[in-house]
Each structure stands twice: as C-alpha cells, then as structure tokens.
Design a binder for this molecule. Structure first.
Ligand code: GDR
Length: 342
C-alpha cells in the first residue's frame, strides 16, 4: 500500500521540494493549497511535478477547522506535514493578528483532529530558528532558551510548545523541525537572499540600477531547502517523535552574502556609510551606488545573529547537507540570470 501524506503550504518553497521528495519515495501526496494561491503552481512546474498522477491539490485554508477535519477524515493520511503559514517576519509586525491566526491556531486544530480521529497519524510542525530571538548562547540547539523577538516568532513558539504538550500528554507522534534559514532558486523574492540574487541578475542585464536593503550586518545560518526537506521527512520516519535543529553550522552576514553575489557578477563593492549612517555599496569600477540601505527595510526588532548546532539531527537522522553557502548562492544567481534573460 502506498503511504499517504498531506502537505500544507504545498506550493511554497518547502512544500514543493517536500512534495517532490515524497512522490519520489512512492507516496500519494495531497497538497493543501490556500484557495487564493491555487493558480500559483510555478514552483511545481519548476520542479516538474505538477502533472504527477500521485499528486492531488486541495483548495483549503487551514484556518477552517471543520473543512480540515473532513479532509483528514476522508484521506486518512499516514503523515501530515504542516508547512503552511505567514512566513514573513517583517510582515508579522504590521499584521500580528493574521500571523497568529495562520501560524498558531491551525496547529492546535491539527493536533485536536488527530487526537480525536486517529493518534497513529504522524504530525510534523515547521518550527523556526526565529524562536531563539537574540539568545546570545550560540550555536543554538534543541535545549537553547526560546526568546522570540517578533509576532512571527511568538506565533511559532505557541505551536512548538503545543506539539510538545500533545506529545507528552497523549503519546502522539508529533515532532518539530527547528529549521534555520533555508533558500533555493524558488525562494520567495521578499526574502533577502533571493531579493539579492534577483537584483544582481537584473543589474548585470541592465534591467535594474540599484537595490535597497535593511540591516546588512545581521547574520544568518543559510542552508538549501532541498537538503532541509530530507531532514523533514526523516524526522517523521524515526521510531520516536522528537524535535530537531536543522542547520549548517556556518554563519554569514547579509553584507557577506551581497559581496559574494556581486563577485559572481564581476562586481567588487566598496562599503561606506552616508551622512545619515546608512551603508552604501559602491561599484569600484563605475563608482555607482548599487546597494543602498534604508530605514524602511529595518524591522522594529531584528534578530542579529542565528547560528545552529544540528549535531542531534546529524547523529540520529544521519542527515548531512549536500549544498554549502557558496554552491547554493551560485545556483540561485544562475537561475535568476536565466529567468531574467528571457
Ligand atoms: P528571516 O529571513 O527573517 O531570517 O526569516 P529574511 O531573508 O527575510 O531576513 C534575513 C535577515 O536579512 C535582513 N535583511 C533583510 N531581509 C529582507 N527580507 N529584506 C531586506 O531588504 C533585508 N535587508 C536586511 C533581515 O533584517 C534579517 O535579519 C526566514 C523566514 O523564512 C522565516 O519564515 C523562517 O522561519 C526563518 O527564515 C528561519
């Protein structure tokens, strides 16, 4: 019998890579897709899975409890991967209510439905490194203190703790993957890596003059989404449910990342601060300002540095990333150059 998996956020970056992985492992996959995003199956097209006969799309908002219950009852899945959510940390400051409605309450819906319906259904929750906030005790692991610094992070802490609570109270198989930043050529263009690779591809092709960023001194542990969905799947294949940090263990600043992308397009940037204290990146050859920073891209409260320690995942899941920072950024830029040249 083929295994059945429900993937929420099925057409997002992670949902798309995970769906591809599950199909390759012989699953029937049911992608729950928010009705307003139903037309946006570009990621599935890019990964060549859109027409797969073992893949079904379900138009549904995970904020609708009874519809969710009905769908789960009719599919009777073996595994549910909850990857849906409001994923923009910046937007969570302007729309905290929507963030909590989408990221927190539906997790409780899933847990309740599973508890009442069939406790054998395994549940994966997409937790986030943002939950650590500005915890200075890096590298961060599964025991590090959670210090959420945005409505997004608070919404994720609620779900994370609820998963642990249900696991301990009802002996359910529910696990959290605490994923550090993960990117790819299908990363949303509002996230900083893709914003930069897309902009430099356009600058290279004379389609754009410059790029405006926020806090370029913040540091992140960036991995590749394709590697990270392998870990997500492995988390639900363990004998016992548990929580796992998924990270590369290496950190770079946004500025380092911009410098690297620029160098791949044969540009060397020289950085200096303007009279208002904002950084500018100037093309050393042409003396033009290619990168500006502006207050409007700063968050009311930013997480300055995130670095993960994924020793537990590497040992127990036997997980290891194939990409490193450079190979991932190179791939993202190459794909943006191809797209922009069309
Ligand atoms: P993040 O990712 O908030 O870490 O959350 P993002 O790429 O948005 O920001 C990373 C860092 O870059 C700084 N930054 C900018 N960010 C954006 N988006 N745009 C800019 O112009 C810019 N300039 C500087 C940010 O301030 C930040 O410090 C991602 C999301 O995918 C979450 O959903 C997920 O949980 C975490 O990663 C792990």
């Amino acid at each position: 019998m083929r295994k059945k998996a429900i993937v929420t956020g099925g057409n997002g970056q992670d949902g798309s890579y995970l769906t591809k992985l599950l199909l390759s492992k012989g699953y029937n996959v049911y992608c729950i897709v928010r009705p307003t995003t139903r037309d946006y199956l570009n990621n599935h097209q890019y990964l060549n899975i859109k027409e797969n006969k073992n893949l079904k799309y379900i138009d549904l908002s995970i904020t609708e409890y009874f519809n969710l219950q009905e769908i789960i009852e009719s599919i009777k899945p073996d595994e549910i991967y909850n990857l849906a959510g409001q994923t923009y940390v910046y937007d969570s400051f302007t729309n905290p209510l929507h963030t909590v409605h989408t990221n927190s309450i539906p997790v409780l819906y899933f847990l309740e439905i599973i508890r009442k319906l069939d406790k054998k259904i395994k549940f994966y929750q997409a937790s986030s490194s943002e939950m650590y906030g500005n915890n200075k005790n890096i590298p961060l692991n599964e025991s590090s203190t959670l210090m959420p610094a945005s409505p997004y992070a608070v919404s994720k802490v609620f779900s994370h703790q609820m998963v642990i609570n249900y696991r301990e109270s009802y002996n359910m198989f529910c696990s959290n993957g605490i994923l550090f930043n993960h990117e790819s050529p299908i990363r949303g263009i509002n996230f900083v890596t893709r914003k930069v690779t897309k902009a430099f591809a356009r600058i290279k092709l004379n389609k754009q003059k410059d790029l405006t960023l926020g806090n370029i001194l913040s540091e992140r542990d960036w991995g590749h989404a394709e590697d990270y969905v392998q870990a997500i799947w492995k988390i639900l294949q363990q004998k016992k449910p548990s929580d796992f940090v998924i990270a590369t263990g290496k950190k770079y600043s946004v500025k380092d990342m911009v410098d690297y992308v620029a160098s791949l397009t044969d540009i060397k940037l020289k950085w200096s601060k303007n009279s208002k204290g904002y950084w500018n990146g100037v093309d050393q050859k042409t003396k033009k300002i290619l990168v500006k920073t502006s207050n409007k891209n700063f968050r009311p409260n930013d997480v300055i540095c995130l670095l993960g320690d994924s020793s537990k995942a590497r040992k127990q899941l036997k997980w290891k990333p194939k990409y490193n920072f450079r190979s991932m950024i190179k791939q993202m830029l190459q794909e943006d150059l191809k797209r922009e040249a069309k």
